[in-house]
Ligand binder design. Structure first.
Ligand code: FE2
Length: 276
């Protein structure tokens, strides 16, 4: 049974907030909606500077790292975050990356079973991204009219692929669509049609503490309001520790959903209507 409906948004670590903001605005056509951790009140509370950027109709985030990360080896790597776009959007991203002198791979045809044409590149902090035209345009979360049309697939590191598959099957209700034994990879499908790729690899340093108890980078999945009580009940039944990290945030009510750790080390957020 589907518990989580779709991949809603993600928040990634970056080593320079200003540089990241500029890149996300220029390349993805993002719109900065909120900066946090830059005033005295927030600083006294210990907030780490972070910015929210509207992309593909969703609120993405970039969080300032506390430590360096090794530079990426190539355009493609783990984890990979992605957005869907149109043919025109793909051309625009290509032009922008060329103007910025950023290296990228593509357009690649059929890079994934669900992608027509894909571009692969990293942001200035080394986070891997793909922007692609989907084969099935309904396979998307949200519908935006900007350069990015929606949040696409996500590919995550899974030091223990079996454990990660079990987690996303049992806790989120995703279905295993295929297994690639050679790549040690599993593709799971969400009710939205979006894909989650789990690839066997060590969980590389993200440049800061990754924990459900610490505000920071995370991956958010949308749970339909009607499924919310069942989703929370399922967490309890499976003994998955979770809760809001609101202590360090300025929250009102249940605004922030609930956070948990996945077997690899990613922080997962459940949100439903009215949450972000
Ligand atoms: Fe979130």
């Amino acid at each position: 049974m589907a518990i989580a409906q779709s991949l809603d948004h993600f928040v990634v670590p970056v080593d320079d907030l200003v540089v990241a903001e500029e890149f996300y605005v220029q390349v993805f056509g993002g719109e900065i909606t909120k900066r946090n951790g830059l005033n005295l009140r927030q600083r006294k509370r210990g907030a780490v500077p972070h910015t929210f950027i509207q992309i593909g109709g969703k609120r993405m985030g970039v969080y300032l790292q506390s430590d360096e990360r090794p530079a990426p080896i190539g355009a493609r790597g783990l984890p990979t975050y992605s957005f869907t776009t149109t043919d025109r959007g793909l051309e625009e991203v290509t032009t922008t990356l060329n103007q910025l002198g950023a290296s990228f791979e593509g357009p690649v045809n059929d890079a994934n079973s669900f992608a027509k044409q894909s571009l692969f590149f990293t942001d200035p902090a080394g986070n891997h991204y793909s922007v692609y035209t989907p084969k099935d345009s309904s396979a998307a979360s949200g519908a935006a009219t900007g350069r990015m049309t929606a949040v696409g697939y996500i590919e995550l590191e899974a030091p223990d692929v079996e454990a990660s598959i079990k987690f996303y099957q049992n806790v989120l209700g995703f279905e295993v669509k295929s297994r690639n034994v050679k790549l040690n990879q599993a593709t799971l499908k969400m009710a939205s049609g979006q894909n989650l790729l789990l690839t066997e690899a060590p969980f590389a340093s993200k440049g800061l503490v990754m924990s459900r108890k610490v505000p920071g980078p995370h991956i958010a999945f949308y749970v339909a309001a009607a499924n919310w009580p069942a989703a929370i009940e399922r967490l309890e039944k499976l003994g998955i520790d979770n809760g809001d990290r609101g202590a360090a945030k300025e929250r009102t009510g249940d605004q922030g959903g609930t956070y948990m750790d996945d077997p690899a080390g990613y922080v997962i957020q459940f949100i439903t209507d009215g949450m972000e």
